[in-house]
Design a binder for this molecule. Structure first.
Ligand code: ADP
Ligand code: MG
Length: 258
């Protein structure tokens, strides 16, 4: 039997301003799933991710992560945001090792872990550089390496690649999938890009705005492993076309245009 790693049950989020960001969201994410949240701006994607991470409490409804509250499950979760906020005065290596330093992990052990993570994301050759000397894609990889240092089981990513050009994004998508397979993560991923969502996901959840709610859930059954080749397959193109159609129907029915 598959265990849900994340359970979201009848979650409502109303802000003090009165905005109903989420209305009655129910969704289970099984161990090892890669679920993307897709939908127009303002449909509550970030809010939902923040609730799952324990940063925000729902107004009603419940969320569990690995059977416990998101707050209690914090050690299992890594949250990666779009703007890779690296400390400019620290080298790549020092940025990635920051969490371990704060936990007083001795230098030798720290260096070993940091090197391993930098190797995983293909950045060992820039370990001594400063953030200003890196491209946007490299900064994003540093921020992924930094998140991996804590050995998360669950990854929450909020539009991590939105600011990158298409080629860098495609490359990072491929790297992320390689790591996902290797590390056996459960992933909840927010994106605006249909192509990205189809390429990465086992399921796509399409949300509609005002109030934020689930409008469609689409299983993506493209074969694994998925590589650059996958993007040239007919099955991939068909999935992108059908998810785009669903997303358009959500946008036109609510009068929202991105
Ligand atoms: P998305 O990430 O899908 O663009 P958000 O989760 O950021 O959407 O926002 C969902 C809705 O909730 C929007 O209408 C937004 O204006 C509102 N909202 C988000 N955060 C807050 C907040 N801290 N206070 C008040 N309203 C908020
Ligand atoms: Mg958002």
């Amino acid at each position: 039997m598959v265990n849900p790693e994340i359970t979201i049950d009848a979650v409502v989020k109303q802000f003090r301003t009165g905005a109903l960001a989420l209305q009655d969201i129910t969704l289970n994410v099984d161990k090892g799933e890669f679920v993307s949240l897709l939908g127009p701006s303002g449909c509550g994607k970030s809010t939902l991710l923040r609730i799952v991470s324990g940063l925000t409490a729902p107004s009603s409804g419940t969320v569990t992560v690995n059977g416990i509250t998101p707050m209690d499950a914090r050690d299992l979760i890594s949250f990666i945001f779009q703007d890779a906020t690296l400390l400019p005065w620290r080298t790549v290596e020092e940025n990635v090792g920051l969490g371990l330093e704060l936990e007083h992990v001795p230098l030798a052990a720290r260096q070993k872990t940091v090197s391993k993570m930098l190797e995983l994301v293909g950045l060992i050759h820039v370990a001594q550089r400063y953030p200003r000397q890196l491209s946007g894609g490299m900064k994003m990889r540093v921020s992924i390496a930094r998140a991996l240092v804590s050995r998360p089981r669950i990854l929450l990513l909020d539009e991590p690649f939105a600011a990158l050009d298409e080629m860098s994004r495609d490359r990072l998508n491929e790297e992320l999938l390689r790591l996902y397979i290797e590390q056996l993560w459960t992933v909840l991923f927010v994106t605006h890009s249909v192509a990205e969502a189809v390429f990465l996901s086992t399921r796509i959840v399409i949300l509609a705005p005002h109030p934020g709610r689930i409008s469609h859930i689409v299983p993506i059954d493209l074969p694994w492993p998925r590589t650059a080749e996958t993007r040239t397959s007919k099955a991939y193109e068909d999935q992108v076309a059908s998810v785009s159609r669903l997303l358009r129907s959500v946008q036109t029915s609510t009068g929202e245009i991105e």
